[in-house]
Design a protein around this ligand. Sequence first.
Ligand SMILES: Cc1ncc(COP(=O)(O)O)c(C=O)c1O
Length: 388
Amino acid sequence: MFYDLASSSWGQEEHNAIQRVVDCGQFTMGPEVESFETQFAAYHKKKYAVMVNSGSSANLIAVAALCHKKNDPWQRGDEIIVPAVSWATTYHPLQQYGLRLKIIDIELDTLNADTGALEAAIGPRTRGLVGVSILGNPARLDVMRKFCDDHNLVFLEDNCESADAELGDIKAGAFGDIGTFSFFYSHHMATMEGGMLITDDTELADLARCLRNHGWTRNLRKESAVFESSEMDRFEAYRFILPGYNVRPIEMAGAIGKEQLKKLPEMTAVRRDNLAVFKSLFERDERFIIQRENGVSSSFCFPIILNPALKPNRSRIFAALEDADIGFRIITGGCITRHDVIRHFDYKTVGSLPNANIAHDFGFFTGNHPRDLTPQITGLYTTLDNAF
Ligand SMILES: Cc1ncc(COP(=O)(O)O)c(C=O)c1O
């Protein structure tokens, strides 16, 4: 393909890491995962990291942990503020735990939640906010953090699209009480499938460890915040304390993750070089709305909104991209209220979500990769220019 959505970021190091696990013979979660967790937590200046088998599982375990906290757990019917544009599995765990969504609009230029809508979203049952940084661009995470502190809300950061992005000196994902990450193939770090939660909260970390692993006590620290150890624990392999899951990562994913983490700063730098090429072509062209950086983007992809004022025909643009052998997708799944799944949700919107609907109807993205994409990005511009 001339310009694909993603490409492999693996080299010999990742292959060696897989071989190391094969040679050792321990395939289920073990020391490789544990040391990757330690390194990932340190990279984000957090106390704890808990690895799972996908970003979706990280969101599920995060919500489950918040619903099983000893004090002030999220409860059925509580309201959680979410942006209108995010991936489907940002929302699904909230539905599964009986929580009600308060959906706010996005900013058209950053594609992240419009924090100006936060005050209007709050009500007597509001208990949390999910902050999402879209496609590498940090949301107003500092504003969200303060809003949550001021209103005594839990801040869950779904950072599955923006590993290594920064706001101030803080990595995206590290602003929340819990932050989640995805290591799916196309993402900043790829471990086949994989995900991670980070937190400074000992109880949440212990709950996450328990919930990812059948809801049992094995692998939990003796002095854990979530159960009282008994004399029998020495003998009991099976002691179930929570309605948990098995969403453990495999050992190879941990071994690969360590190699990917070493390469992450360099991979992000290359993505940012590509972003500079993209901006130089698209930034001053009024036909296209591109993402305005808030902080330092780790540039997952290149989102483009066709300027609705010019009444563009997106289908014709898509056909031209297909003809030019350029891969594209709609922006992070578009506006969640436009999907059939919304009929399963208890939700309210704050206003009519005009920007999310524009992104849904006029937006799309093409891929960014950790290698030089100058010819592909130039080809993209020429293709769109001609199609217009
Ligand atoms: C914002 C967001 N959350 C969650 C996920 C789910 O991650 P995974 O594909 O690893 O399950 C994604 C996937 O791209 C995402 O973009």
